[in-house]
Ligand binder design. Structure first.
Ligand SMILES: [Zn+2]
Length: 69
């Protein structure tokens, strides 16, 4: 039963996981983990501070006409 303990951690995922930014889905940067940049981190923070996840973003203007739920 001690097989697992003697084996090297070959199956374990590397420390550097590919995490995508929760805001724009780009690969996150180490300095801004889990976000890709300071801006996205700010956007996320503002969302929480404003109490809703519907903060006006520049991108939203284009989608205003679409019925995206
Ligand atoms: Zn981002």
């Amino acid at each position: 039963m001690s097989d697992e303990n003697t084996k090297p951690a070959a199956n374990v995922a590397p420390l550097r996981k590919a995490v995508s930014c929760p805001i724009c889905k780009r690969p996150s940067a180490r300095e801004h983990y889990p976000f890709c940049s300071n801006r996205c981190r700010d956007v996320d923070l503002n969302r929480w501070l404003s109490g809703s996840y519907a903060i006006p973003v520049a991108d939203d203007e284009r989608k205003a006409d679409e019925d995206e739920i």
